[in-house]
Design a protein around this ligand. Structure first.
Ligand code: IMP
Length: 430
């Protein structure tokens, strides 16, 4: 029986996972998503075209690969249908190689309403949610009142749907939320519900499987399987910067619960990190830069959310957080993205420890959200040259290689490859 490899983000998301998965996909037979939902935005660029995927695994552009949406994922049928239609417009027929777990939970229109109602009620403790209904849908899953993809085939589906929706309406009313004024893509709840129900028919045309058997059978047949993470380590519900997190386990352990594979079946764990750091939404971010350098990182790195278009907060790479991520996920190799964004920088800095009230620590403190954390920075000479046209790791500028070597030394994990442009051809393996 072969093992399942895992690929995940080690920071606060947007590390460039979609692109690395796309590059690695030729080595795999199956690409599977195990958590998250349409809050994700995986950007892939090739042949001069840009593609953003939200729910569908990044292997979809390869006809001969199986793509699986696992039980741990949340599906919003209208967003799913939109993605399918966008793919079809690009000549990609997903009906042939996309499989959906019967146990994946659905995001109802009223989950999206509850996301907005909860955020509004939180006032200045807002999470900065993508408002796709993630928190409320996972809440219902845990509360054992959620509706799963397979349930859409049952005769009492509509009854259960109405019951859950009524619950949400009552909750929203209690929170003083203005339901009548609420809109999703310009539509009222009722209007959106109609489109949502129609979209469900598209979803039902896909092959629904008992994905835990499906994936284990793939492994038994020695098919090579890649589990594609969404969001990232520092947004994990247990180990991220709670409560400023998403509502799923984004870590390697999430692969076991989100696909139904045993811990002993986990193989390589590929962790993606940017050469600097970004975060979108609220929550602590010790290395955040509020100055011109932060602004340059945002502009040069085109750091605007793939799902929401919001500008991302930018800062230096955070080694304590990265080390923590390597520990929790058992990362076996690192992929570093976007060093090219800093090509013009005279100096590139790295946070190697935190100064908390005069005491140095390399650990993530429990009081991460409230303590005054000052990053302790080590400066590296910038490489100050374009990386365009470089096709081998060995040919990278010495100053960049020194910086990358420092990341390896600080984390104790080897770098497998570095990505120097948005294009899939510019991933240089070491
Ligand atoms: P939610 O998962 O939409 O509720 O959002 C919770 C937090 O996670 C917010 O700060 C979001 O900005 C962040 N988040 C959710 N999905 C992503 C992602 O794919 N990339 C980066 N941040 C994300």
């Amino acid at each position: 029986m072969t093992k399942i490899d895992v690929l995940l983000g080690l920071q606060w998301g947007d590390e460039g996972k979609g692109k690395i998965v796309d590059v690695l996909t030729p080595n795999y037979d199956v690409v599977a998503r195990f958590q998250g939902g349409p809050n994700a935005g995986h950007t892939l660029e090739f042949n001069g075209m840009k593609h953003v995927l939200h729910i569908i695994p990044s292997g979809i552009f390869h006809k001969d690969k199986i793509n699986l949406i696992g039980n741990g994922v949340l599906i919003e049928p209208r967003i799913f249908r939109q993605e399918i239609e966008e793919l079809a417009a690009k000549g990609v027929d997903a009906t042939q190689n996309l499989f959906v777990s019967k146990k994946a939970h659905l995001i109802l229109p009223s989950h999206r309403m509850m996301d907005a109602a909860n955020e509004q009620a939180k006032g200045n403790m807002k999470i900065g949610s993508t408002l796709k209904g993630i928190g409320p849908a996972y809440t219902d899953k845990i509360a054992r009142s959620g509706i799963r993809v397979g349930d859409t085939l049952s005769t009492d589906f509509r009854e259960r749907y109405e019951l859950l929706k009524e619950q949400h309406v009552r909750q929203a009313q209690t929170l003083g939320f203005d339901i009548a004024a609420f809109r999703i893509d310009g539509m009222s709840l009722e209007e959106y519900e109609k489109v949502w129900m129609e979209s469900l028919e598209t979803l039902k045309r896909f092959r629904m499987v008992n994905s835990e058997y499906f994936i284990n059978q793939c492994l038994k047949e020695d098919k090579k399987v890649l589990a594609e993470g969404a969001q990232a380590m520092m947004l994990d519900i247990d180990f991220g910067t709670y409560p400023f997190v998403t509502s799923s386990n984004t870590i390697t352990a999430g692969v076991c619960t989100g696909l139904g594979v045993a811990p002993s079946a986990i193989g390589r764990v590929m962790g993606i990190t940017k050469a600097y750091c970004t975060r979108v939404g609220a929550g602590p971010f010790p290395t955040e830069l509020f100055d011109e350098t932060g602004h340059r990182l945002c502009e040069l790195g085109h750091e605007y959310g793939a799902t929401t278009g919001r500008p991302r907060r930018c800062g230096w790479i955070d080694i304590p957080a990265l080390r923590y991520a390597c520990m929790i996920n058992g990362v076996t190799e690192l992929y570093v993205t976007k060093p090219d964004v800093m090509n013009d920088f005279e100096t590139v800095s790295m946070c190697t420890a935190y100064d908390v009230n005069g005491e140095l620590t390399g650990e993530i403190p429990f009081e991460y959200n409230t303590l005054p954390i000052e990053p302790v920075l080590t400066n590296y000479k910038g490489w100050q040259q374009s990386l365009q046209g470089i096709s081998e790791y060995a040919a990278l500028p010495e100053a960049l290689k020194d910086y990358l070597a420092a990341i390896e030394k600080q984390t104790g994990v080897r770098i497998a490859a570095v990505s120097i442009s948005p294009d899939r051809k510019d991933v240089l393996f070491k």
